[in-house]
Every structure is written in C-alpha cells, then in structure tokens.
Design a protein around this ligand. Structure first.
Ligand code: ATP
Ligand code: MG
Length: 264
C-alpha cells in the first residue's frame, strides 16, 4: 500500500508563544482510515488544521517540520491550495451554513463545474445518508447534531476529496447515531476509494472504524499501531480503554480518570 500523507516532526505555535505541537510524526496509507486519539489539549485539532492549512486565522504557524501529500510539500501553503490538492476538512464546530437548506449546503461547496459529476456526488451523499435525502429543504440550522454531522461529511464528500480530515466524529452524538455514521463512512470509503484521518475521543469508536491509530499527548505522538494491536495492548487497555466493568467509556473520561490516578 502506498503512503498518501506523511507528517514529519511538525511544530506549530500559536501567537508566536504557545507551542501546541512539538514534533508530530504520523503517516496515512492510501485507502486507510486512521484515527488520532488523545486527551484535551493534546494537539489533535491543531494537527488537522496544520494539514488542511486552516491555521493562519488563529495566528498559528508551522515553525518546523513537513507535511507531504502524495509527494507534494504542503506545510505553510494557504488553505485554498491545499483544498485543490484534494484535502477536505470537517471541522469540530461551524461545520454547516445554518441559514442554507441541506441541499443548498451541498450545492455551495460542490467544486465540480461538471453538472453530471456534481449530481453524481450529491446523489451519492443522499444514498449513503438517506436521512439527508428526506431533509433536502430543511434549514441546516434546524438539524439535530447527528444530521448536522452527516451534512458536514456530505459537504466534504461532494468535493470529491482524496483525503478527508474529520475533527471529533462522534462528540456529543447518541451512540445509535454514531453507529449509523460509522457504517455509512465505511461504505463511502469503499465506494470512493477515500482515505480518512479522523480525530476521535472515543477509543472504542476509533478502533471500530480505523485500521490504525496514533495516540497524542502534549503535542506529540506517544503511541501508534494497528487498531487491533493497540486494542489488545495491556498498557493501552488500562490507560485508554478501561477494562472489565468500566466497559466502553470515552477516552476523555478515561484520560481524566488517569490524570486523577497520577495525581493521587
Ligand atoms: N487559537 C488558539 N490560540 C492559542 N492557543 C491555542 C489555540 N487553539 C489551541 N491552542 C492550544 O494548543 C494546544 C493544543 O490544542 P488543540 O485544540 O489542538 O487540542 P485538542 O487535542 O484538539 O484538544 P480537544 O480534545 O480539547 O479538542 C492547547 O494547549 C491549546 O490550549
Ligand atoms: Mg480538538
């Protein structure tokens, strides 16, 4: 399998003062789904922003390191150039235009000028997310959290990206909706030959969806491996998944519990 994205020794600081990333290295193979796990403030969002180029707005800069996408260096490029390379970001917040309808949201971001291709991609979104098909005329601001996430994913899909970056896939969504989204994403990936890098708070969700995962702490990657490896690794289980009666807890809860243990 060929490597599509390689991030090497990436350093990012905000306002020339706050160093958010202190040497992140990770890679994503073509066609894979890869997850980034980590506690609050670990630098997950900053990593996705740096890859997509959407960091200048917060006065953040890549100060060191490289981001290579299919052989092209992307670090410090403006976001519109990165989008043209085929990278789409589904951000954590403000992911849809609230005053536009569901269909208008897809129309406004459809980058394909070719009408048939536009229609094909929009149909693909409606086929994979039938809920959206039933809500075409609904104002996006009135959608539920799950529907909004589906629309955000759909808005990225109509851009026909080669790499989709998703920040906080399941945050704030009911488990049954997460289940639905995970299944749809898997089939869309197969249909489109898409590569996905996602940030996920729930290790359980991440391991179910992704083939590989990277665990971030304090601005760097501290662990990586296949989902199966990480899930069966005792240290990871204790630290990130909880065992026995703790069952399926979110990574955020576990990280907090772990911090408490460390302080105790
Ligand atoms: N706009 C900003 N200005 C200054 N510092 C910021 C800004 N955004 C993030 N940071 C800092 O950068 C570090 C990494 O933040 P980031 O948002 O990337 O973490 P995260 O892993 O996505 O966390 P969360 O799980 O809470 O979303 C944190 O210390 C954070 O306080
Ligand atoms: Mg974040």
């Amino acid at each position: 399998m060929s490597t599509l994205l390689t991030v090497e020794n990436l350093h990012v600081s905000y306002q020339r003062a706050i160093t958010a990333l202190t040497g992140v290295s990770l890679s994503v193979d073509s066609g894979q789904i890869v997850a980034i796990l980590g506690a609050n403030g670990a630098g997950k969002t900053t990593t996705l922003r740096a890859i997509s180029g959407f960091i200048g707005l917060d006065n953040a800069r890549v100060t060191q390191g490289s981001i290579r996408f299919d052989g092209t260096e992307l670090a410090r490029r403006p976001p519109y150039q990165i989008t043209r390379q085929g990278i789409a970001l589904v951000p954590e917040r403000d992911k849809v235009f609230p005053n536009l309808s569901v269909h208008e949201n897809l129309e406004v971001v459809s980058s394909r000028s070719d009408g048939a291709e536009r229609a094909r991609l929009q149909d693909l979104v409606y086929t994979h997310f039938p809920r959206l098909g039933a809500l075409k005329k609904r104002e996006a601001g009135l959608l539920s959290g799950g529907e909004r996430q589906m629309l955000a994913l759909g808005s990225a899909i109509v851009c026909a990206p080669r790499l989709m970056l998703i920040d906080e896939l399941s945050l704030g969504l009911a488990p049954v909706i997460v289940e639905e989204i995970v299944e749809h994403l898997k089939s869309i990936r197969t249909d489109l030959g898409l590569t996905i890098l996602l940030v996920e708070q729930s290790a359980a969700v991440a391991f179910r969806l992704a083939e590989r995962a990277f665990v971030m702490e304090h601005g760097g990657v501290v662990l990586s491996g296949s989902s199966a490896e990480l899930e069966s690794n005792d240290a990871v289980r204790n630290a990130y998944l909880g065992t026995g009666s703790e069952g399926r807890r979110s990574y955020r809860d576990l990280a907090m519990a772990r911090d408490k243990e460390l302080k105790a």
